[in-house]
Design a binder for this molecule. Structure first.
Ligand SMILES: Nc1ncnc2c1ncn2[C@@H]1O[C@H](COP(=O)(O)OP(=O)(O)O)[C@@H](O)[C@H]1O
Ligand SMILES: [Mg+2]
Length: 297
């Protein structure tokens, strides 16, 4: 909507996990290197965790690009609220297994054949599961058993589980002890530091044709960091709303007042937030004016 006004070639703060916008923060760089290393060295299980919006799916999309470029076969399961039948059906579909895809026995048989064939050609196969914290125990158990398949050169299938921090806690459960023991690499994504947030915003604007941005002052960048708590998805939401507000007001510079308004619209809460004063309108009793209970109170 505001792209032409600011001279952007495309929307800078889309919410899609688009690798072409990847900002290589030290930790995102390290996570991606770990995922690729884990696959190449046939380590078996790799776990990637991070709070909502920290960039897990974006990392997996980058890995997908790598696997496609290397012509490595993979199955990508992004809907993890599935039962075991659906799990095997999805694998069969993604790996294009020639069998009765609704029969677990047939899928397992064909999968084994395919994995061995791939391994004989010196190739590996990858299973990626996003939102893995939602997986049912039975599905996790099936995944663990897939991890048992190996030949003398290593695991036949590399498994990447990505999910919210609950995933780590889930993997601590006694019945998943065996799976936990097989995890050879773990990476975690934390929110950005203040410097990263500023660079991230600048990098996105540069990508769409504004290499030296003047839309956000340093003070505003610091404000965006505080209110987003360094979570990329929230940074995108805030910046998008700020640009929209500036466009509506026909100005090319965002202000702290706009940030206050956007934060209120997005119902953001952050440490040290000052509650807006409650104004008592004529005829209203002060009791009704008590501030609402807020997260972090
Ligand atoms: N390193 C990064 N570079 C560019 N964009 C990122 C990065 N990390 C996160 N994002 C952006 O933040 C938003 C949320 O990322 P996403 O990968 O969906 O998070 P998660 O899967 O952890 O919830 C997306 O718009 C994504 O493009
Ligand atoms: Mg995600």
């Amino acid at each position: 909507m505001y792209n032409a006004f600011f001279g952007f070639s495309e929307s800078p703060f889309n919410l899609s996990p688009d690798p072409s916008f990847l900002y290589r923060s030290a930790q995102h760089e390290e996570a991606l290197a770990n995922l690729i290393y884990g696959v190449q060295s046939r380590k078996g299980f790799i776990v990637l965790t991070g709070e909502v919006g920290t960039g897990k799916t974006t990392m997996l999309e980058c890995l997908r690009d790598f696997l496609e470029a290397q012509r490595i076969e993979f199955a990508f399961i992004f809907n993890s609220r599935i039962n075991t039948d659906q799990f095997f059906e999805m694998i069969a579909y993604d790996l294009d297994l020639r069998c009765q895809r609704t029969s677990k026995t047939e899928v397992l048989f064909q999968l084994n054949e395919t994995l061995i064939q791939q391994a004989n050609q010196g190739r590996t196969t990858v299973l990626i599961v996003d939102e893995a914290h939602n997986l049912e125990w039975e599905v996790l158990e099936e995944i663990r058993m897939l991890g048992n398949l190996e030949n003398r050169r290593g695991k036949l299938i590399q498994v990447i589980l990505a999910g919210q921090p609950e995933l780590d806690r889930k993997l601590e459960a006694p019945n998943l002890r065996q799976l936990k023991q097989r995890i050879v690499l773990r990476c975690a994504l934390d929110p950005f530091t203040e410097a990263d947030t500023a660079e991230y915003i600048q990098a996105r604007l540069a990508k769409v044709g504004m290499p030296k941005q003047t839309v956000f002052t340093p003070e505003l960048l610091a404000g965006i960091h505080l209110r987003s708590q360094g979570i990329p998805r929230l940074i995108n939401g805030i910046c998008d709303n700020l640009l929209l507000t500036a466009f509506a007001l026909e100005t090319r510079e965002c202000t702290m007042e706009m940030l206050d308004e956007v934060s209120a619209d997005m119902r953001l809460d952050w440490p040290g937030r000052r509650r807006p004063p409650q104004t008592q309108r004529y005829g209203e009793s002060p009791v009704e004016q008590r501030p609402l209970y807020n997260r972090g109170d």
